[in-house]
Write a protein that binds this ligand. Structure first.
Ligand SMILES: [Zn+2]
Ligand SMILES: [Zn+2]
Length: 215
């Protein structure tokens, strides 16, 4: 196995005020790191392989039952694994569940092919830290109903960036957010505790500051 490398020449320099001391911080950001041949071969190879196989066998093995099962599993993995576990539970600690359930949900996330929990969480925290800046691993979008529909409530992206800690991404009743419905259900049966949502006061303050920014 090749050894780990990081972008050695990428440093952030910061001068400490009222002194001559310059602090160099090693920059380990996503896009400026050096990728190992191993990473690239495995991820691209695997993706190409899976998709070529799908196309190759699609014609001869298609069935409606199979399609339904695929849709069901995609929802299962995306909703419980990515949206509820990786994103809201692990990356933002928006609520607590007993360890056995935390692990079970995280296992659903592993099935989504988006990396292990630690990798996903660190990528995601970087995204929140550098939103809209050049080191952001993905570009933020505004809230759209359609996106919310196919992403289990993750489409209320502007809400989420306003209140990252919130277990609920749709702030109004009409903002479809199945991830939140599931967390609420867990709370009602006593499995989820310390469920965090913004208070009315916080939401009003946010609305006011947004209004002030646009004028
Ligand atoms: Zn985001
Ligand atoms: Zn987030």
């Amino acid at each position: 196995m090749p050894g780990l490398q990081d972008g050695g020449e990428n440093h952030e320099e910061q001068k400490i005020p009222f002194s001559d001391v310059v602090v160099k911080r090693k920059d380990r950001a996503y896009w400026v790191r050096k990728w190992r041949t191993w990473d690239v071969t495995i991820s691209i190879g695997l993706m190409v392989h899976v998709h070529v196989m799908c196309l190759w066998y699609a014609g001869s093995t298609f069935s409606w039952g199979g399609l339904l099962m695929a849709l069901f599993l995609t929802t299962f993995v995306g909703l419980f694994g990515i949206s509820v576990s990786y994103h809201r539970n692990l990356a933002h600690r928006a609520f607590n569940v007993p360890k056995w359930l935390e692990y079970l949900l995280a296992y659903c996330g592993v099935l989504a092919f988006q990396g292990d929990p630690m990798f996903w969480v660190s990528m995601h925290r970087l995204h929140h830290q550098f939103t809209d800046k050049d080191r952001d691993p993905h570009t933020p979008t505004e809230g759209f109903w359609l996106i919310a529909l196919v992403t289990y409530g993750e489409g209320w992206h502007n809400n989420h960036h306003a209140f990252e800690f919130s277990a609920r991404h749709g702030h109004e009743w009409w903002q479809f957010d199945p991830g939140w419905y599931f967390i609420r259900l867990l709370e009602l049966v006593g499995l989820a505790t310390h469920v965090k949502v913004p208070s009315e006061m916080q939401k009003q303050r946010m609305a006011l500051s947004k209004g002030a920014n646009t004028t």
